[in-house]
Design a protein. Structure first.
Length: 170
């Protein structure tokens, strides 16, 4: 399960690295501070997981961001919203599959940071709104989405050139 998380964190780290490297037209200093902070978190998550996996880590992924217009605020923040909510749902769905208590605790900490990212992105998209509080992702019981690896990977696949399957992440 750590390789699964590692793959997603590689994707997010690569995305935010590109966002910060080539900011969209009209990006404000405040927006760049938020996006840089998120990038730094994603890099830290990626490095934590790579270290935890050691020699069992999957290779670095080759990403494909050709469908993203990095000059467009709407495209960048829309993609960030998709990635962050997918990350939260992925960690929530994988929690039951993590056997090592220390790794489960780390995953719980990472998912809380990912959820903060979703709120920050929503704030950038439209200011304080119901969506920033999880609209569309939190169910009537107050629970966030939880997706299995088999549900998450097809959603991430268009952005990853490297072949990744749930079986390859074991």
């Amino acid at each position: 399960m750590l390789n699964y998380a590692y793959a997603l964190e590689q994707l997010e780290a690569a995305f935010y690295t590109q966002v910060v490297k080539t900011p969209y037209k009209g990006a404000t200093k405040a927006e760049l501070r938020v996006l840089t902070s998120i990038r730094d978190h994603e890099i830290a998550h990626r490095q934590f997981l790579k270290k935890a996996l050691g020699k069992h880590a999957i290779p670095s992924l080759e990403v494909d961001f050709s469908a993203i217009d990095f000059t467009s605020r709407k495209s960048v923040l829309g993609t960030a919203d998709v990635f962050e909510n997918l990350g939260v749902a992925a960690y929530n769905g994988a929690g039951q599959l993590i056997k090592n208590v220390a790794y489960l605790a780390a995953a719980g900490s990472i998912v809380s940071v990912e959820a903060r990212h979703t709120a920050a992105i929503q704030e950038l998209i439209g200011g304080a709104s119901a969506k920033a509080a999880g609209e569309g992702h939190v169910d009537k019981s107050g629970l966030d989405a939880a997706l299995s690896p088999g549900e998450v990977l097809p959603k991430a696949a268009p952005f990853i050139k490297t072949a990744v399957t749930a079986n390859s992440l074991v």
